[in-house]
Design a protein around this ligand. Structure first.
Ligand code: FA5
Length: 350
């Protein structure tokens, strides 16, 4: 090898070994392989050589050029790897298996009560159904024996949408769909209809300690041959004794809903004041919790079920009020407040 080339190679190797960061390496690349670099200059100087010398000298310089380029590339990769390793080492250690040290979220009291009711009714053979929040006039009223302009509509100050649909004012809006969904199995195989459907309801209410404009109900229906009021009372009692795990004073009084006949209001003695009267129960000592009754023949017929052959009951449990009573929440508005300080105190006592 030509001495000049040999010297340049040795010098390059020395500098390469001492280049310990990427910018030094880049300097080396420019110094040897750049436009004015030492190896490039050797190539440029070849024009003064004789033709025979040019061939061997040229081949040797090109070999050195390739060698230098490859070494720079290898060393660059090596230094990059080292740099990444250093960065990783300097990162804070994050162990995903470490238990969270921050406080975790909690379920909303209404969710807790809803889940508890679902478990109770599922254990009694009921299915849990989901239903839309935006429904039609037919679903919410007409299919429930409440024709247009019927005064019973005034009991629920409803939010109508511009397209004629409405925000569900009662979970009863799903009754017709449930009867139609499970009616065929009842008629063909004698499988009773047993379903609950919890959901959010909306009414243009003036709010107070026991009224909200957005609240939860849980509807339930059961239809079979020979279903009577005693079945209804049995299911209501079972549900309440399971939810409260203590004796609760209950009263059943007549109530009017066009979709049940007879209809009842099931009230419970207010657990906030013990029945003496407070703002949570409008000072009556009783809280309207779960209207119910025997499904009106017109509603069964509209759902495709023959009322001469089958009977059934329906109830519309006020889930939000149930949560208030269960957890001793004095003002219903606290439940929609989003205040974590008050809402996070409640836990599942299952
Ligand atoms: C109804 O909504 C009927 N659909 C219930 C029903 C179903 C009757 C099946 C017969 C058969 P009512 O408007 O009373 O009924 O409401 C039912 C329950 O929802 C009330 O007892 C109460 O617990 C709760 N509720 C009603 N309005 C509000 C409100 N503004 N804020 C909080 N809870 C409410």
């Amino acid at each position: 090898m030509n001495n000049k080339i040999l010297e340049l190679k040795e010098e390059f190797e020395k500098k390469l070994n001492s280049a310990d960061d990427l910018s030094a390496l880049d300097g080396l690349r420019v110094g040897y392989l750049g436009k004015k670099g030492s190896i490039t200059s050797l190539l440029k100087g070849m024009k003064d050589l004789a033709a025979e010398q040019k061939k061997t000298f040229g081949a040797e310089v090109n070999k050195l050029k390739e060698f230098a380029a490859q070494k720079i590339e290898e060393r660059t990769a090596e230094l990059r790897k080292k740099q990444i390793e250093l960065e990783i080492k300097s990162m804070p250690v994050f162990d995903i298996t470490t238990p969270a040290s921050c406080s975790c979220g909690s379920y909303h009291p209404i969710t807790l009560v809803q889940r508890q009711c679902e478990t109770i009714f599922k254990s009694m053979g009921f299915t849990v159904e989901d239903y839309a929040e935006v429904v039609t006039d037919y679903e919410c009223f007409e299919s429930l024996n409440i024709p247009k302009h019927h005064p019973a509509r005034d009991m629920q100050d409803t939010y109508y949408l511009e397209n004629g649909q409405l925000l569900k004012s009662q979970t009863s809006a799903a009754q017709n769909a449930i009867l139609r969904k499970y009616g065929p199995a009842l008629i063909e195989n004698g499988t009773p209809i047993r379903a609950i459907f919890p959901g959010r309801c909306f009414r243009n209410e003036a709010t107070d300690a026991c009224h909200e404009n957005t609240f939860f109900q849980m509807e339930g229906v059961m239809v079979d041959k020979d279903i009577s009021i005693s079945n209804l009372i049995y299911f209501m009692k079972t549900m309440l004794s399971e939810v409260f795990r203590k004796d609760i004073n209950v009263r059943l009084r007549p109530g009017f809903f066009p979709f049940v006949e007879p209809g009842f209001e099931l009230d419970i003695s207010c657990l906030i004041c013990g029945g003496t009267g407070c703002p949570s129960c409008k000072h009556s000592g009783w809280l309207e919790l779960c209207p119910c009754g025997m499904i009106h023949p017109n509603v069964l017929r509209e759902g495709g079920i023959d009322p001469d052959e089958y009977t059934g009951f329906a109830f519309g449990l006020g889930l939000t009020r149930l949560a208030m009573m269960k957890y001793g929440i004095k003002d219903i508005r606290d439940l929609n407040s989003g205040s974590l300080k008050s809402l996070s105190q409640f836990t599942d006592d299952e």
